[in-house]
Every structure is written in structure tokens, then in C-alpha cells.
Design a protein around this ligand. Structure first.
Ligand code: ATP
Ligand code: MG
Length: 139
């Protein structure tokens, strides 16, 4: 397992607002190399599987509706210490708590519509990247 990688999604609100380019620019400027990327749309089943860990939370139904309402950009990113550094770059789940200059502070509207996803461990980065990409789509 390669552990200098993380997985991200630009969530539907980012694409709706035309923020794809600005967010990718910030990701590049922060030293992440894009080793896989595509625009796609998750089905309800995809989102329920991807976020299965949250299935008993009160916000789960809204989360699935949000994540499936339009296209996303999914990407695998490479950098030393990728998982932790990317979580720092995106900021806290709730943009009100996110540090200045973070992606969520700049582009997220609320805790439920928060612009981007970032994996929370090397193991989940691998699982999530493999959920969206086949081996021949990763460079
Ligand atoms: P992500 O996994 O998308 O990177 P995260 O790790 O910061 O986000 P999680 O706790 O994994 O946060 O929650 C997953 C997603 O569920 C959040 O990004 C957000 O879209 C939604 N969510 C989390 N907590 C809440 C909440 N209290 N109310 C509404 N939506 C929430
Ligand atoms: Mg999470």
C-alpha cells in the first residue's frame, strides 16, 4: 500500500459555484501532485457505501442527497504526509471553525455543504481511492 497518498472529492456545491479551478489551484500550490482525477456523479448507493460509517447519524440522509445532487471531481493526491497535510489544507469540517486560508474557510457554506472531502487515514485513503479509480487510471 502506498501511504504518501490521500483521496479527495470536490463536492457538488464546489462544482455548482464554479470553484473547481480555484480549489485545484490551491491543491497544486500546496505541493500535492494529482495522480488520478475525474469528474463523475455518485449514485445513492455509491454515497451510502462511501459514507457508510455515518449511516446511523442524524445527518446521513441529507448527506447522501447532497453528495448525489450533481457531479463531483474525485482525485488521488500524492505528497509526503499527504493525509495529514491535506486535512490541514481543507480545514475543520465546519467552515466556521476552519482556519483562515483553508479551502473550507474560503469555499464552504456550512458544516453540511463543506466544499471538499479529505481522507482521514492512510487506510481510508487507499479504500476511497480504490472505490473511485481502477489501477489503470492512477499514474
Ligand atoms: P469528509 O469525510 O467529507 O472529508 P470530515 O471528515 O471533515 O468530512 P465527517 O465527520 O467525516 O467530516 O463527516 C462527513 C461529512 O458529513 C461532512 O463533510 C459533512 O458534509 C457531513 N456532516 C458531518 N457532520 C455534520 C453535521 N453535524 N451536520 C450536517 N452534516 C454533517
Ligand atoms: Mg470524514
Amino acid at each position: 500500500m502506498v501511504t504518501n497518498r490521500t483521496f479527495t472529492m470536490l463536492k457538488p456545491d464546489s462544482l455548482e459555484k464554479g470553484n473547481t479551478g480555484a480549489i485545484l489551484e490551491k491543491i497544486n500550490a500546496s505541493g500535492f501532485k494529482i495522480v488520478a482525477m475525474k469528474q463523475t456523479q455518485m449514485s445513492r448507493r455509491d454515497a451510502e457505501t462511501f459514507y457508510a460509517i455515518h449511516k446511523d447519524r442524524p445527518f446521513f440522509a441529507d448527506l447522501v442527497t447532497y453528495m448525489t445532487r450533481g457531479p463531483i471531481v474525485a482525485a488521488i493526491l500524492e505528497k509526503e504526509n499527504a493525509v495529514e497535510d491535506f486535512r490541514t489544507l481543507i480545514g475543520a469540517t465546519n467552515p466556521e471553525d476552519a482556519a483562515e486560508g483553508t479551502i473550507r474557510k474560503m469555499f464552504a457554506k456550512s458544516i453540511s455543504e463543506n466544499a471538499v472531502h479529505g481522507s482521514d487515514s492512510d487506510e481510508n485513503a487507499f479504500i476511497e481511492g480504490s472505490f473511485h479509480f481502477s489501477g489503470r487510471e492512477i499514474f
